[in-house]
Design a protein around this ligand. Sequence first.
Ligand code: HEM
Length: 148
Amino acid sequence: MLFKILVIVHTLGATVWTGGHLVLAVMVLPKALKSCNPALIHNFEESFEPLGLTALVLQGITGLWLTWIYFPGLQDFWKFDGFLSTYIAIKLGLLLLTLGLAIHARFFIIPRLYQETLNSLAYHIVGVTTLAVLLVILGAGIRLGGLT
Ligand code: HEM
């Protein structure tokens, strides 16, 4: 039962985090770039941030918990003798990259978000969104028993 709840919460978190970033990257960002109006992104970030960050934290917790269920004590995890540990390790790496980009944007770009810095935020948004989609693809790959 716990495993099922974790998979459902993990999947729900994925819809929020990845879905939110797809809306930002595909709908909001092009409008902001076209009209040179960073406020559009500011407004979106302000409403999305509490839910989005909660989802990201939940992804980390539920993801590690699921990993612990698949590899109790993590002993067999480090053998990397199957697709599962490889996919999970890649997911962890992608999560760390996401955190790096998100922290950099949150503390170094968004507070100084003018028309000139809009382009560098655009790269961050596209980067985090791409990572989010890759995390979903790898997650689905785990459920499907591998992607090849
Ligand atoms: C933003 C971050 C993440 C997203 C968007 C994401 C997304 C997903 C999705 C969509 C699935 C497929 C669920 C299913 O159909 O069963 C999944 C499965 C999984 N994810 Fe993640 N994930 C994220 C982070 C992580 C992290 C950090 C870990 C562990 C280090 C992790 C470990 C797993 C595992 C073990 C599964 C397989 C669960 C199962 O048996 O179905 N995920 N993930």
